[in-house]
Design a protein around this ligand. Structure first.
Ligand SMILES: NC(=O)C1=CN([C@@H]2O[C@H](COP(=O)(O)OP(=O)(O)OC[C@H]3O[C@@H](n4cnc5c(N)ncnc54)[C@H](O)[C@@H]3O)[C@@H](O)[C@H]2O)C=CC1
Ligand SMILES: CC(C)CC(=O)C(=O)O
Ligand SMILES: [Mg+2]
Length: 362
């Protein structure tokens, strides 16, 4: 019997709906090609949900997510909602609760330099010879984003707290991933000043003992931000807390060429997951039809890989994306002289997908 996967589609705000359209078209094509079906249901989230219902994460949306096999997420937030009280703003009131509700503690952000356009990396020509292939493993449900916050008239605070079990489980993901890659983990912290980082280091060291084949190094966040630009090829798996992973993953995306290229998978150890571009709603380009849909399309590929074990279909999408980039069909974030828009890139990915020989791809 043909497999059928139920996905909750939460496009959100800004460029979210624009890039989501392209990802859904790609999923349509790939599912027909690889003989599975997708039942995708759209629901309101973020600012769009606030406008329509008054809340950023309506019950109906949460119910849909709970009855789905995976969530394909766009992005949320934007200038229209920044005057709301902070706790009601789209990012804090929809995305963070979703991550917490489903215990999506593990965020994977794979950053690669596509050989065909290494010259578009700001690090070219150095990067073209050395390349970059980094898996950022970011803790996603703890740390300063979820700690107690407070505000008085003339002061404010956020707290960062990490438990041993929170650090341990994300560390295991990083070490396991390293064993399937180049056997190296760089753990990012600020253990010279932060108590949480001291604990982070201790726990990571302990977990490392179970993976003797993996080389572990610790690096302070400030140095890591610098080393990433200086020598991205130095890194294999980057193990980060929530805040540091958020920051460094944007940097990895920029080194690869654009934030519009970087997908992510948010996982909880089961087959369920939430898949979203690493970037946000890009209000500066929203509504213009020029957003890069690749991060959303590659997030859909990660969904096929991690939630549905449709590895051949995931790889076919990745191959189609690489071929599109090789043909120079890119949006303006990658090549400022480009006349290609969101829909052109989506169509090129689909054309490349259609050209793939399914028998050889699977
Ligand atoms: N997961 C989510 O829903 C996220 C939401 N946000 C929200 O998005 C809004 C804007 O935040 P910013 O700090 O401006 O970050 P952003 O990631 O939306 O944009 C940063 C820069 O990258 C560019 N960019 C991002 N994605 C792109 C794409 N697919 N194609 C072409 N260019 C792209 C933008 O045009 C902008 O110049 C805020 O409300 C923020 O809170 C930010 C990050 C993640
Ligand atoms: C709401 C933010 C934490 C989203 C973000 O910037 C991210 O996950 O990269
Ligand atoms: Mg971010």
């Amino acid at each position: 019997m043909m497999k059928n996967y139920k996905i909750a589609v939460l496009a959100g705000d800004g460029i979210g709906p624009e890039v989501m359209v392209q990802a859904l078209k790609v999923l349509d094509v790939v599912s027909a090609k690889f003989n599975f079906s997708m039942q995708s249901t759209e629901a309101l989230i973020g600012g769009a949900a606030i406008d329509a219902t008054g809340v950023a994460l309506p019950e109906a949306t949460l119910d849909l997510c709970k009855s789905s096999d995976a969530i394909l997420f766009g992005s949320v937030g934007g200038p229209k909602w920044t005057s709301l009280p902070p706790a009601q703003q789209p990012e804090r009131a929809s995305l963070l609760p979703l991550r917490k509700t489903f215990d999506l503690f593990c965020n994977l952000r794979p950053g690669q330099i596509y050989p065909a356009f290494a010259e578009l990396s700001p690090l070219h020509p150095k990067i073209s010879s050395q390349g970059m292939d980094i898996l950022c493993v970011r803790e996603l449900t703890g740390g300063i984003y979820f700690g107690e916050k407070g505000r008085t008239e003339d002061a404010a605070f956020d707290t960062q707290k990490y438990s041993v079990s929170e650090i341990e489980r994300i560390s295991r993901v990083a070490f396991e991933a390293a064993t399937k890659r180049r056997n190296k983990v760089t753990s990012i912290d600020k253990a010279n000043v932060l108590a949480t980082s001291v604990l982070w280091r201790e726990v990571v060291e302990r977990v490392a003992k179970d993976y003797p084949q993996v080389q572990l190094e610790h690096m302070y966040i400030d140095n890591a931000a610098m080393q990433l630009i200086r020598a991205p090829q130095h890194f294999d798996v980057l193990l980060c807390d929530n805040l540091f992973g958020d920051i460094l993953s944007d940097e990895i995306a920029a080194i690869a060429g654009s934030l519009g290229l970087l997908p992510s998978a948010s996982l909880n150890g089961s087959n369920f997951g939430l898949y979203e571009p690493a970037g946000g709603t890009a209000p500066d380009i929203a509504g213009k039809g020029i957003a890069n849909p690749i991060a959303q399309i590659l997030s859909a590929a990660l969904m096929l890989r991690y939630s549905f074990a449709e590895e051949a279909a995931a790889r076919a999408i990745e191959q189609a994306v690489a071929s599109t980039l090789e043909q120079g069909i890119v949006t303006r974030d990658i090549n400022s002289a480009s006349n290609y828009g969101t829909a052109d890139v989506g169509a090129a990915v689909i054309a490349a997908l259609n050209a793939i020989d399914t028998k050889r791809a699977s």
